[in-house]
Each structure stands twice: as C-alpha cells, then as structure tokens.
Design a protein around this ligand. Structure first.
Ligand SMILES: [Zn+2]
Length: 128
C-alpha cells in the first residue's frame, strides 16, 4: 500500500513538472504546481488554449506583461485558477476549465460530481 502511494505520488509529481515544463511562460512565477491528478488533462488543455491566445493576442507585449498563472488549486470540489494579465478570451478558457472540473473526478478524471457537506470532494464511485 505504501509503495502504491509512493508510485502514485511519483506519477503526480512527474505530471505536474510536465505541465510546468510545457508552458514555461504561463508558470514563470510558480515554483511548483500542486493540482489534483484527475484534472491534469483539463489543466493541460486549458494551458494549451491560453498559450495559443497569447500568441494571437499578446504579440506586442514584453514578457513581464504576458499572462501568468498566480495560483492553481482545488476549492469546494472544483478547480480554481488565478490567471493574471488575462484577456477576456483567456478568462473564458479558465472559466470553461473550472466548469469542466466540476464533473470530473479529482483523482482519476472520470465522470463525477461534487459531494459532501462542509468538506466538499469530487470523487467518482470507484475513488470514493
Ligand atoms: Zn475517480
């Protein structure tokens, strides 16, 4: 069991490093990312769309004025992302990702819903 947890923890860390490494501009102010592993796909897609928008909408900006992720976390069973210097289109992408996470298990990404009272979790039947 401990080994299984360790292995999973390693995968999660690798995947978080992959996300940061794939989008160095977006994560330039973050030392590390801790995001629920079931949402890594949603986060990756969100970052890819924002990166495309940066290329289209921020061509004239110096690097320090480009959008960046200031915070990324789980709150009340769904994903919350603070994207600074964002354009309206980027805000829409972030909102969409946050909405998607409301119906995705935070541990495995399968279809799920937010449950609980007080302490809200988002876990599918298999992960409960
Ligand atoms: Zn699950």
């Amino acid at each position: 069991m401990i080994n299984e947890d360790k292995r999973l923890r390693k995968e999660i860390e690798a995947s978080e490093k992959d996300i940061m490494g794939s989008f160095p501009v977006l994560f330039r102010k973050m030392k590390y990312v801790t995001a629920s592993v079931g949402w890594h796909g949603i986060i990756y897609d969100m970052c890819a769309q924002i990166t495309k928008l940066i290329e289209e909408e921020c061509q004239d900006l110096p690097e320090e004025d480009l959008p960046y992720v200031a915070d990324i976390k789980e709150k009340y069973g769904s994903l919350r992302v603070a994207l600074y210097n964002a354009t309206d289109n980027m805000d829409s992408v972030v909102s969409q990702a946050e909405r998607l996470s409301e119906t995705a298990c935070e541990l495995c990404g399968r279809k799920s819903e937010i449950k609980g009272q007080g302490w809200l979790v988002n876990r599918c039947e298999r992960c409960e």
